[in-house]
Design a protein around this ligand. Sequence first.
Ligand code: AFP
Length: 319
Amino acid sequence: MTLSHYLLTHLRDSNIQAELNLIISDISDAGKKISHEVQRSGLLGLHGAAGGKNVHSEEVQKLDDRTNEIMKSILSDNEHIIGLASEEEKDIVDVSRGRSTGFIVAFDPLDGSSNIDINGSVGTIFSVLPSWSDIRHDFLQPGRSQLASGYVLYSSSTVIVFTVGKGVHEFTLDPDDGEFILTQENIKVPSTGKYISYNEGHKAKFRKSEASAISKLMDDGGSARYTGALVADFHRTLLKGGIFLYPAVKSGDGYIGKLRMQYEVKPLAHVMHEAGGIALINNENAMEVAPDELHERVPFVFGDKKIVKKYQEYRYDSK
Ligand code: AFP
């Protein structure tokens, strides 16, 4: 079944607003274009840095710019969308053209973009929220207010995985006819996962209780996996179970998280939650936490319920 057919059927069965259908359809169109660019990037000289830094002081890759433009141009043409926030933009992009209510979309156009040069997996992440008047304020709603969230993963195949609050579904792009085809419906995270996914290079800068909890999980028979692209690490965790951790790392006198609340944490927490897993910011349910500012970064942990509960015991209960 194609994505467009599925959205129409789903819409009829579950009263999901027609506008969301069109937004997901537009995001899937952007995903097709980005997939094409990613596949040709080596041939088009699109590897490497663009020569500037983004709002997070990170080096912008050439494809970051290009994919950001693709997302902005497709989504700003959607008549139901009134505001955009991108990991690559300093400020929100107002596309309201006089409308005061509608939908706002936050996105990371190319997550894991440093993987591009080595033909590694990368992805686009998105989060759709309702907005009533003040776009800037409405982006700061907690994860549970999201109407739709998901990602497109560009890897050995291109898949779009999303939720509109009615389960998590995966569609795979058929390169022959350019259609996304349903490949997995109502995905549930298996609770038998043994994969532990974190950047071991940062371990010395984690809080002691954090590092010790991770060591205990490994001692329980964990197996290490880490790609450096959150979307790819998320997709593996969704399908195979296990736990992903990007804890706060020591910086000056304090500890800071790296992952962005709007563009990475909120949408992926929504998908994880819908698939029966858990996502945490510190020790709180990530769906309940509202960002204080647009580009806020937080520590992030997610995975199947069994292993995340074990992590919580090791990390917080046995202090
Ligand atoms: P880039 O988009 O700059 O490659 O960052 C990717 C990312 O935000 C996320 O996708 C990864 O999980 C995380 O950073 C990796 O960070 P470390 O290199 O510190 O492990």
